[in-house]
Design a protein around this ligand. Structure first.
Ligand code: CP
Ligand code: NVA
Length: 300
C-alpha cells in the first residue's frame, strides 16, 4: 500500500491486514514491547484544520515506531499563502518519508500523491476520513468479535464520516443504514456504489434506520469549515440525535460510536455518551493503534 487517500482504494483484504497489524501493535504497546520499524523516518503532518486525536495519535505513533513527526500548520507554511500543492509536494518529497495531511478539498490530497514521490495519508478532508473509520472498524471487531453481518446505522449529517463509514462498512460486510435530513445525504456516487455492492439504505426517518442496529454512529451537525451554518443546521438537524428513543429500537446490546469531538445535547445526549463511554473512548484510543498500522504499511 503506497498511500491512504480514501477507503475506496483499499480491498477488504488490505483493510483486514491493517486491523490485524493494529491489534498486534495494541497488544505490544500494552505489554511494553518497543519497535524501531520506522527508525530514521520522518512524517510531515500538514494541518489546514484543527485536530486533537489525529495530531496526537500520528505524532505519538511515529515516536512509538522509532521515527519522528513534524507538525506543519498551514498557517505557517507557504501553502497557506498560495504556493501550489504540486510544488509543495515535490519539495517535501525531498525532505520527508511521508506526509499526513488534513485539509478541505480531497483533490488536494490526491494531487499531493500524484505530484510527490512519498506516501500520502489522508487525515480528513471534506470528502472522507479513512483513518477514523479504520479505528472504528477495529473497535467494532474488538467489542462485537466480528464485523461482518452487523448492522451499522449512522444518524446525522451525510458528511466525510458518513462517506467513509459507508465504504468501510460495506467493504467489510456490514449492512449500513443512514438517517439524515433531505438535502444532507452522503456523496451520491458512494451511495450508488453501496447499493450495488451491499445492503445499504438512506432515509430521513431516524427510527426506521436505527431499527435492529448493532452499531449506532453519529457526528457533529456542523463540520469544520461549516461554522457559519451552525445555527441553521441546529434547526435542520433537530431530531437527528442518538438518544434513548433511538436506543430503544436498536438491538439491546447495540454499541454507540462517535468520532469526537462531540456536541452533547445536539447529535447525541450526554446520557448516551456516558452510558457508552467504554466504546467511545476505546474508539479514540484505537486511533493510535490504527494510525500506527497505517504508518507501518505505508512507510516501513
Ligand atoms: N476524530 C478526529 O479526527 O478527531 P480530531 O479532529 O481531534 O483529530
Ligand atoms: N465531520 C467532522 C469530523 C471531525 C473529526 C468534521 O469534519 O469536522
Amino acid at each position: 500500500m503506497k498511500h491512504l487517500l480514501k477507503l475506496m482504494d483499499l480491498t477488504e483484504r488490505e483493510i483486514v491486514e491493517i486491523l490485524n497489524t493494529a491489534d498486534q501493535l495494541k497488544y505490544e504497546k500494552k505489554n511494553g514491547i518497543k519497535h524501531h520499524i520506522l527508525a530514521g523516518k520522518t512524517l510531515g503532518m500538514i494541518f489546514e484544520k484543527s485536530s486533537t486525536r489525529t495530531r496526537v495519535s500520528f505524532e505519538v505513533g511515529m515516536y512509538d515506531l522509532g521515527g519522528t513527526a513534524l507538525f506543519l500548520s498551514s498557517r505557517d507554511l507557504q501553502i497557506g499563502r498560495g504556493e501550489p500543492v504540486q510544488d509543495t509536494a515535490r519539495v517535501l518529497s525531498r525532505y520527508l518519508d511521508g506526509i499526513m495531511i488534513r485539509t478541505f478539498d480531497q483533490e488536494e490530497v490526491e494531487s499531493l500523491a500524484r505530484c510527490g514521490t512519498i506516501p500520502i495519508i489522508n487525515g480528513l478532508t471534506d470528502y472522507c476520513h479513512p483513518c477514523q473509520v479504520l479505528a472504528d472498524l477495529m473497535t467494532i471487531r474488538e467489542h462485537k468479535g466480528c464485523i461482518k453481518g452487523n448492522k451499522l446505522c449512522y444518524i446525522g449529517d451525510g458528511n466525510n464520516m458518513t462517506n467513509s463509514l459507508i465504504v468501510g462498512g460495506i467493504k467489510m460486510g456490514m449492512s449500513v443504514s443512514v438517517a439524515c435530513p433531505k438535502g444532507y445525504e452522503p456523496d451520491a456516487e458512494i451511495m450508488r456504489w453501496a447499493s450495488v455492492n451491499g445492503e445499504f439504505t438512506c432515509t430521513d426517518n431516524v427510527l426506521e434506520a436505527a431499527k435492529d442496529a448493532d452499531v449506532l454512529y453519529t457526528d457533529v451537525w456542523a463540520s469544520m469549515g461549516q461554522e457559519g451554518e451552525a445555527a441553521e443546521r441546529k434547526k435542520i438537524f433537530a431530531g437527528y440525535q442518538i438518544n434513548s428513543d433511538v436506543m430503544a429500537v436498536a438491538h439491546s446490546d447495540a454499541m454507540v460510536l462517535h468520532c469526537l469531538p462531540a456536541h452533547r445535547g445536539e447529535e447525541i445526549t450526554d446520557e448516551i455518551i456516558e452510558a457508552h463511554a467504554a466504546e467511545i473512548f476505546d474508539e479514540a484510543e484505537n486511533r493510535l493503534h490504527a494510525q500506527k498500522a497505517v504508518l507501518v504499511k505505508c512507510l516501513a
